[in-house]
Design a protein around this ligand. Structure first.
Ligand code: PGA
Length: 240
């Protein structure tokens, strides 16, 4: 693991955003895995600034997102598809036909998982997968459990995740299930970038980096990835 510590989330947004822009410029038809949540927003803001300045184009970029809630219309204001539209996709020149998403309302989650894996593979696989980390060490919606998951699958969200994310649901109860890329799908990405900011992530960060590789801290599996870069602010790194 390549661990990089920055003063604050703004500095991380610039560093990770720059890394993405440089990568897109070196491979304009690259395949990027994106993440939702508060953590990547400064990175997306930096990329949008660079796009507006004419320094990067998403014209030929293909994207896949990590996860999506179940039982929520795709266009609901709290869907992760809407989040990506609002924070990145509607602000750059990405072709929405090149935006891949898990269907949280798929009648057959296993068939949906197979479709997603085949779609990613047909585009050449993920060049870079962006990740946040949950307070319980989850990555995407792969919650702590007794074994590492494989490809995409439907999950029941834990109380910790529901507590962390329900602040965003002011009109309807937060969904209890989600479709998520599995640990196996994430580990296939050629490069992984994980960002953690804030003191609430410090214990999970310590477990991910210093603890044993265990599905009880799903992010610890990144110790086994050959190109995982971890961007931390000082608060998230405070227990290292
Ligand atoms: P956050 O979520 O960026 O909103 O903290 C990260 C995660 O749960 O993976």
């Amino acid at each position: 693991m390549d661990i990089r510590i920055f003063k604050n989330e703004a500095e991380i947004g610039e560093a990770v955003g720059k890394l993405y822009c440089d990568f897109i410029n070196s491979k304009p038809d690259c395949v990027l895995g994106f993440a939702t949540g508060a953590t990547p927003v400064p990175t997306y803001n930096y990329i949008v600034e660079q796009y507006k300045a004419g320094k990067v184009s998403f014209k030929d970029v293909k994207t896949f997102n990590l996860d999506e809630y179940c039982d929520l219309p795709k266009t609901h204001k709290n869907s992760y598809y809407t989040f990506m539209l609002e924070n990145l996709f509607s602000k750059v020149d990405v072709n929405l036909d090149n935006v891949g998403f898990l269907d949280g309302n798929a009648a057959d989650p296993e068939a949906e998982s197979a479709r997603y894996a085949a779609d990613i593979a047909s585009k050449g696989g993920l060049d870079i997968q962006l990740l946040g980390i949950g307070r319980n060490g989850h990555i995407a919606f792969n919650e702590p459990s007794d074994e590492f998951s494989g490809e995409s699958h439907k999950v029941k969200l834990t109380d910790s995740t529901i507590e962390a994310n329900s602040i965003y649901f002011d009109d309807i109860p937060m969904p209890r299930y989600a479709m998520t890329m599995g640990i196996g799908s994430i580990m296939k990405a050629r490069k992984i970038i994980l960002i953690a900011t804030g003191a609430s992530k410090a214990q999970a960060v310590k477990d991910m980096i210093k603890g044993p590789v265990t599905p009880h801290c799903p992010a610890s599996v990144l110790q086994e990835h050959k190109d995982a870069v971890i961007f931390l602010d000082e608060a998230a790194a405070s227990l290292l």
